[in-house]
Design a protein around this ligand. Structure first.
Ligand code: SF4
Length: 310
């Protein structure tokens, strides 16, 4: 099957929300942050100004076409090459998708623009919003998230608190901790999380190749300890478990590249994410490596593949 989608990818088996049809409404690495742990590499287009980076009608048309082909979709998820709330047609996009299908809409956001009332109003239409909180004070926020000058720590926190008070859907707060950097801020992060009041806290660490080599992952034991500190609503975002009958189809290299642009992965994860065999995943990855479209990163936890930015 050819993959001529520009904005829609997957469905991929997400670590958190099952079979997720990804929608990417941004040029590569357009973000309000330049996080040291970013799995997509350094931010090349950093700003806090929203824009219609891609035509809304084209994105909606792709979602409609993909839904006609794929029936097993748990979520339509705005996620991808940067910060999706930078897309100025976000509210229109969610409204049009909700009018088209009953599949719930999720938005994975860094939460940096929630202090803006219009951004909160647009996100109220979503079913699930997953914002980030990686630091407990302004200094650590600068060190880890490296925000655009318009994003101030206190303002970002106030936005999260305001959104929680207005939003009736599920709010899952993602906390990504880094060894030797943020792991001694867990108690203060919990205080902030208590103020925000998410339905769940999802604890993560830098599993995939980071933008800066200083961003190191925590061990499984450390994650367990910090999850306990964060309270009963906290859970470790576990890696996907291999499913024996997962290989239901065959992918071409273009489809694998389309996913790796937004979601760096190992051979095994690629196979699981796209419901293909490991052999099919490996062959596609070798082809993409030979052509220079992707690059290999060897980490302690395994070898990951990421599309070259362009
Ligand atoms: S991790 Fe997310 S918020 Fe941070 S730079 Fe990457 S895309 Fe932006």
């Amino acid at each position: 099957m050819s993959d001529d989608y520009r904005y829609v990818f997957g469905p991929v088996v997400s670590r958190r929300i099952g079979r997720s049809l990804g929608v990417d409404v941004l040029p590569p690495k357009t973000c309000t942050y330049d996080c040291i742990y970013c799995q997509l590499g350094r931010t090349t287009r950093q700003n806090a100004e929203r824009g219609e980076f891609v035509p809304l009608e084209d994105v909606v048309a792709e979602v409609r076409r993909k839904l006609a082909e794929e029936h097993a979709v748990d979520y339509i998820t705005l996620v991808g090459s940067g910060e999706p709330t930078l897309y100025s047609r976000l509210g229109d996009f969610i409204a049009q998708v909700k009018a088209m299908t009953d599949v719930p809409v999720a938005v994975i956001t860094n939460g940096s623009l929630l202090w803006r009332p219009e951004v909160r109003a647009e996100l109220l239409q979503a079913d699930l919003v997953i914002p980030s909180l990686d630091a407990a004070d302004a200094e650590m926020f600068q060190e880890v998230n490296r925000p655009d000058d318009a994003i101030l720590f206190d303002r970002m926190i106030a936005g999260l608190v305001a959104f929680r008070s207005e939003f009736g859907g599920q709010l899952w707060l993602e906390v990504l901790l880094l060894a030797g950097i943020t792991d001694d801020q867990v108690a203060q992060i919990k205080t902030l999380a208590d103020r925000i009041g998410p339905d769940r806290i999802q604890l993560n660490t830098a599993v995939r190749p980071p933008a800066f080599s200083t961003a190191r992952p925590l061990s499984a034991a450390e994650l367990e300890r910090y999850a306990a500190m964060l309270g009963p609503h906290a859970e470790i975002v576990a890696d996907v478990a291999p499913a024996d009958d997962a290989a239901t189809r065959t992918a071409l290299p273009e489809e694998v590249l389309n996913m790796l642009r937004r979601h760096p992965a190992s051979v095994c994860e690629t196979a699981i994410n796209l419901s293909i065999t490991e052999q099919n995943a490996r062959e596609c990855i070798e082809t993409l490596l030979d052509s220079g479209a992707i690059e290999e990163h060897r980490l302690e936890k395994g070898t990951y593949y990421r599309a070259r930015n362009g």
